[in-house]
Design a protein around this ligand. Sequence first.
Ligand SMILES: Nc1nc2c(ncn2[C@@H]2O[C@H](COP(=O)(O)OP(=O)(O)OP(=O)(O)O)[C@@H](O)[C@H]2O)c(=O)[nH]1
Ligand SMILES: [Mg+2]
Length: 433
Amino acid sequence: MIAFDNKRNQHYGPEKTHIKKNMEENKENQEAPASDEKVENDALPEEEEFELEDLGVDVPDVPLPSAEENEEVVEDKFSGAYRFAIVGIGQGGSRIAETFWKMGYRRVAVMNTAIQDLRPIKIPQENKLLLGGGGAGKNPAVAEKIFEDHREDVLDFFKKLFKGGFDRILICAGAGGGTGAGGTSVVIDIAHDLCETMGIEGDGMDSKVGAIVALPTRAEGSRVRTNSIEAAKKLVNNIQAGTLSPLVILDNERIKQLYSKLSINKFWSTANSSICSLFHLFNRIAAQNSEYTAFDKADLDTVMASGIITFGATPVPFNEETGIDETDISHAIRDNLKKNILAVIEVSTGNVAACVAIGDKNTLDNTPQESLEHGFEQLSRLLGEGSVVHRGIYHTGKPGLVVYTIIGGIDPPKDFVDPQETLPKDQENKDAE
Ligand SMILES: Nc1nc2c(ncn2[C@@H]2O[C@H](COP(=O)(O)OP(=O)(O)OP(=O)(O)O)[C@@H](O)[C@H]2O)c(=O)[nH]1
Ligand SMILES: [Mg+2]
C-alpha cells in the first residue's frame, strides 16, 4: 500500500486533478519545494498519513521532485561493454587518462601534486584536482602522505565526476615518479571505498579496480627504477590479494625500442594511444554483434578479472593469389605476443585469452574458417592445459585483416615478487654450515 504524505498532497494532490498534464505543470511541480514553508504554516495535522484509497479521488501521475532527479549523468561519447571511470595520477598517468578522454571517455579524473603538470592536460578544468601543490620530486613517500591527507577530497572529486555510476575503474600512473608511484595505492583504496558504496563491490564480487602502469626507460636512472619496482611490487600484492584487476604493465624501454624513430613529443602520445586504443577496441567490440562469431561482455569479464593482462595487435598480410592461410594467422598471433609495448612477462603462464579477428568483408569471406580456428587453437596450446580462449570475428570497412589479442592471468615478473620471508628449511641449514 502506498503511504501518502499530506504535505505533498497539498502540492500534488486533489486540487490539481483537473489540470492538464503538460510541460508547464511539470515545471511548476518541480519548483514546488520552494513553497514548502507556506504549507508548514497551514493548519494541517503534522505527520498525519492517509492511505491513498481514503482520499476517494483519482490522484494524477505527477512527477515528484527528488534529490537525484536534477543531477546530470556523465555519459561516454560511444557505447562500450563497460562504463569505465578513468583516473590519471601524476604527469604520465594524467597523459594516459587524457588519451582516454580523446577517445570519448568522459568519466575522467586526473590528479597531481604539481600545478605545472596539470596545466598541459587537455581535459576540462573541473576534471583536474591539485593536491598539495609543491610536487613530490620523485619521492613516492611524499606523495603517499599528500594523498592520505586528502582522502575525502579525492573521494568527493570522484563522486562528482562519476555521477550516474560506472562499471569499472582504471587507475593510470607512471610507476617511476613520485606522485604516480606514491599516490596509486592510496587511490586504489579510495576507489574500493567508492565501489563498495555504489554496490559494485562487496562479498563474493570481483574487484572492479584495475590499473595501467608504465615502467621507466633505462635512461631514467636508478632512483626512478627503484621507485618503479617498489610500486610494481605493491600492485602485485594487490593482485594476489584480489584487490586489483586487470593490471597492464607498460614498459617504456620497449616503447623506446619499438618506436625509436619517433620525435620526443610524439613518443608519449604514440605509446599512450597504442595501449588506450587496444583497451578501447575490446571495450567496444564486446558491446557489438557479429554475423560471424561474437566476443561478448561475459568473455571480456573473465579477462578483466584475471589479474595481469597483456595486449597485442598484428595485421595479417593478404596475398592476392593464395589469400590468407593458417600459417599467416598463427604467425600473426605469435608476433602479437612478441611485438608489444608491455613488460616482458611470461605469456605462457596466462590462463585466459581473447582473440579477435577483424577484417573487411572480402578478406573475411576469402579466409577459410579453418585458418582462423587454427590460430585460436594455437593460442590455446600456448597457454596450456585448462586455459580458455574467447574468440571473435568481426567485419569492418577498413581493408585487410588484423588479429587482436589479450592474454590474462599472467604470472607477475619475478622482479616484482618479494622473495619468501622465510627460507626453506634445507636452505637455512646450508647457510648455517
Ligand atoms: N607510458 C607513459 N609513461 C610516461 C608518460 N609520462 C611519464 N611516463 C613515465 O612515468 C614515470 C613517472 O613520471 P611522471 O609521471 O612525470 O612522474 P609523476 O608521477 O608526476 O611524479 P613526480 O613528478 O615525481 O611527482 C616516468 O618514469 C616515465 O617513464 C607517458 O605519457 N606515458
Ligand atoms: Mg610530476
